[in-house]
Design a protein around this ligand. Structure first.
Ligand SMILES: O=C(O)C(=O)Cc1ccc(O)cc1
Length: 462
């Protein structure tokens, strides 16, 4: 029996310095700061775009006073000013683990990450019953980093526990907030409340991001079956076939023209008891998970670069869903987001140009920010995520990939818009791969000298 996952609650990042990433999420990626937790030992900031929430955790090695001039001063016009947040103290909470008041954990709803590089490493799911889920998973041999714990304030109580996954440093906070009436989580100060108590701040505009579409793990070669088994057994994930001819054991393999990538995707159902067979109409898929591993090809590639610079497996990228990728990419680019662009020939190749035109898009517009368009490999799939499929058109998806958002060539974000396509476009994956390869060739850099960082120099600068 697997755990009952209700839905994805948030993805947590652990960074050495929250300033840059907080600034980027607000000013560039148009997320809104929704809640903060500031203590002498840690800063935790929550950002929302639609239902997509990131919590950015930073361990502090200095007292709270240094907050002045720190993150909050550079968050931009839609975030509270330094004065608003420098007066914020974590609301009083009672944290109880194993019937004892817990004062040790600096990070609520997470664990202290001593990881040496910045990392996205916790995918938090809402569950129905933390104690029960803990019991089930522990009996199955899962490793828990935080046993069932509850956090209480005057608006109610939240239960959580943190389980380690089999993917590098990735762990999962399992949380039950059904007995909590507050806007976010106990221990966090809602930014609305900060505003009401402090100076006037402009209302935040709605974010163009609506939800997390998928999370992609970069894993070592031949580790995919173990990862699949773990998620199937413990969380009830099901295989999502990217291609109908995909081999069940091999996954979806791209191994032509210098691309050596194996992708295997998994899905689970939102708000449903995992494992329960529901009529397909009542099933609502949540965020997908993709496992990427490289094939034993010579030379460097995105997955191997990630593993090296991240010092192990982990979350390589997160797909952010937007209803209008052209407008969102434009807004983000104007705000300073740099996207990877495919070779210019991508938009003038006869086949691709026609494909873009048939889908009702202008190749010139897509080329401005490196947006890729691909027809879904699963044209006859009955479980499409999009409900508005133009009968005359094939189902397709649009994607654009950002440069890594941390100092290392590791974690990046993706914008994705689906027009009836529920899978992942082979052409887009090839184009992304090639955008890195093309730079290597144009610069005549030997593969072993190549770094993703240098490749980003050729991506579009805004
Ligand atoms: O297309 C996507 O968003 C994927 O998740 C597939 C993918 C996985 C890993 C890569 O390095 C590139 C593409």
């Amino acid at each position: 029996m697997a755990a009952y996952l209700h839905r994805l609650h948030h993805i947590a990042l652990h960074v050495r310095n929250v300033d840059k990433i907080a600034h980027d999420l607000v000013a560039k990626f148009k997320f809104n700061l929704i809640a903060v937790r500031l203590t002498e030992k840690s800063r935790q900031l929550a950002f929302r775009g639609g239902s997509a929430v990131f919590i950015v955790n930073e361990r502090l090695h200095y007292p709270l006073l240094s907050l002045n001039g720190g993150v909050v001063s550079r968050l931009g016009c839609h975030s509270p000013s330094v004065q608003d947040l420098s007066e914020v103290r974590s609301p009083a909470v009672r944290t109880v683990t194993n019937n004892r008041i817990n004062t040790e954990n600096n990070f609520l709803y997470d664990v202290q990450s001593n990881y040496s590089v910045d990392t996205a490493c916790n995918v938090c799911f809402e569950v129905e019953d933390v104690e029960r889920t803990f019991g089930v998973l522990r009996n199955q041999g899962c490793d828990f980093l935080v046993p069932p714990t509850h956090v209480q304030d005057d608006r109610g109580v939240v239960f959580y526990s943190v389980v380690k996954s089999v993917v590098g440093n990735v762990c999962h906070t399992l949380i039950d907030k059904s007995k909590y009436r507050g806007a976010f989580l106990p221990g966090f100060q809602d930014v609305e409340n900060v505003r009401k108590n402090g100076a006037h701040v402009d209302e935040s505009p709605p974010s163009p991001i609506s939800h997390f579409d998928h999370i992609t793990y970069a894993c070592p070669r031949r580790s995919t079956p173990d990862v699949m088994r773990w998620y199937e057994k413990h969380f009830g994930f099901e295989r999502f076939f990217i291609d109908r001819d995909e081999d069940i054991n091999e996954g979806y393999v791209l191994d032509q023209n210098g691309i050596g990538l194996r992708l295997t995707a998994m899905k689970y159902w939102k708000c449903s008891e995992v494992g329960l067979k529901l009529p397909s109409k009542t099933k609502e898929p949540d965020c997908k998970f993709v496992i990427a591993e490289s094939l034993p090809e010579p030379g460097r590639n995105q997955v191997e670069t990630f593993l090296e610079q991240h010092e192990g497996a982990g979350i390589q990228h997160v797909g952010l869903y937007t209803q209008d990728i052209v407008s969102t990419a434009n807004t983000l680019a104007q705000a300073g987001v740099n996207f990877f662009a495919p070779p210019p020939a991508y938009y003038t190749e006869v086949g691709k140009q026609q494909e873009i035109l048939d889908a009702g898009h202008a190749p010139e517009l897509l080329s401005q920010h490196g947006i890729l368009l691909d027809t879904d490999l699963r044209q006859d799939s009955p479980d499409s995520l999009c409900h508005h499929i133009p009968a005359e058109n094939k189902r397709y998806l649009l994607q654009v990939f950002t440069q890594p958002i941390f100092a290392e060539d590791t974690f990046f974000l993706e914008l994705i818009e689906r027009r009836g396509a529920s899978g992942f476009g082979e052409g887009n994956i090839r184009a992304l791969w090639r955008s890195v390869q093309a730079y290597m060739e144009s610069q005549e850099v030997k593969p072993e000298e190549y770094s993703l960082e240098s490749a980003t120099a050729q991506t579009r600068q805004h």
